[in-house]
Design a binder for this molecule. Sequence first.
Ligand code: F6R
Length: 263
Amino acid sequence: MEIIIKATVAEAEQEVAAIMARQVRLKPSCTLGLATGSTPIGVYACLVAQHAAGGLDFARVTTFNLDEYVGLPADHPCSYRAFMREHLFSKVNVSPKHIHFPDGTASDIPAHCAAYEQAIRKAGGIDLQLLGIGRDGHIGFNEPSSSLASRTRIKTLTPQTVKDNARFFGSEAEVPRHVITMGVGTIMDSRQCVMLATGEGKADAVARMAEGPITADLPASILQMHPVCTLVIDSAAAARLKRRDYYNWVYENKPLWQRTGTV
Ligand code: F6R
């Protein structure tokens, strides 16, 4: 796992946006896996700015979002569709027919989840998956104890995640208890994973993910097994890492051809 530590949240967001923009430029018909939550908002703002400046074309890009709340229709203001519309899709030229979400209102959830997996396969798999991390180490909504080989399915949020996400809904009572999420195995099939984590509240999960044992108790730890995974963090989220100096050294000595500014 490559670990990039930036001094500020804004620099970390710019780094992730640069990695994503590079992917889009290298392969204009790429498939992106996208995340919601507070963390990627600044990344989407950077991508929107690059698009507005004429430097980034999403016309041929296909997207698959990681997750959606069960029971929330697409037009619900707290649905992840609404989130993505607000922060990215209404501001760049992604074609609506290339946008995919789990459907939280599907009547046959297992069949819908199987169809979502099939749609990802049909699109040729995910080239780059953007990830955040929960304070309990979840990726997508694969909460602790999730199978590390899991596929898209229904999951029950932990009380902690319900509490963490209440800020979007107004109260804990309004947060749905169930979600449809890509599985850990689905995420691991992506050709590249890029995780952004910022703030001291993520420092413990980040350290356990990058330097602890691989365990279903912290689903994000499986990313240690991913062949092309980059973790981008600000200095607050890096606070508990043991090998910070080495990660900085690796980044400073990165070969020119591997740097994001090159494409
Ligand atoms: C959302 C998702 C989640 C979030 C995680 C962190 O699509 O997949 O795993 O990335 O809950 O959320 P924030 O960024 O709000 O701290």
